[in-house]
Design a protein around this ligand. Structure first.
Ligand SMILES: [Zn+2]
Length: 102
């Protein structure tokens, strides 16, 4: 079984603050469905919409300030369409089918 590797990038938000974004590297030798799902997740992680229309909902500036003061890491949810390769169930199945794990 092949293992995905996490990626770490720093993104600049619209208000100029910076955020650490944890995602996954896109392995070139993974099946197309895995690569497409991970690539679409990387798109939304960078603040752009997924081809299915899903967008990342960012926490408000006040929420980010509160989390920063409390030393809490914020997570954001992205709700992809049911037929999108980046949707949780589709990507999980593609990983299993291709012999990959996260
Ligand atoms: Zn999507």
């Amino acid at each position: 079984m092949k293992q995905l590797r996490q990626s770490y990038t720093v993104e600049t938000l619209q208000d100029g603050t910076r955020a650490l974004v944890v995602g996954w590297e896109v392995p070139e030798d993974a099946p197309l469905a895995v690569r497409e799902g991970l690539a679409r997740r990387a798109i939304t992680n960078s603040g752009r919409p997924c081809p299915c229309g899903a967008v990342a909902t960012l926490p408000s500036r006040a929420e980010r300030r509160r989390a920063n003061r409390a030393g809490v890491v914020l997570r954001r949810a992205v709700l992809h369409e049911d037929d999108c390769p980046a949707a949780d169930d589709n990507l999980a199945q593609a990983l299993v089918d291709g012999g990959w794990s996260a």
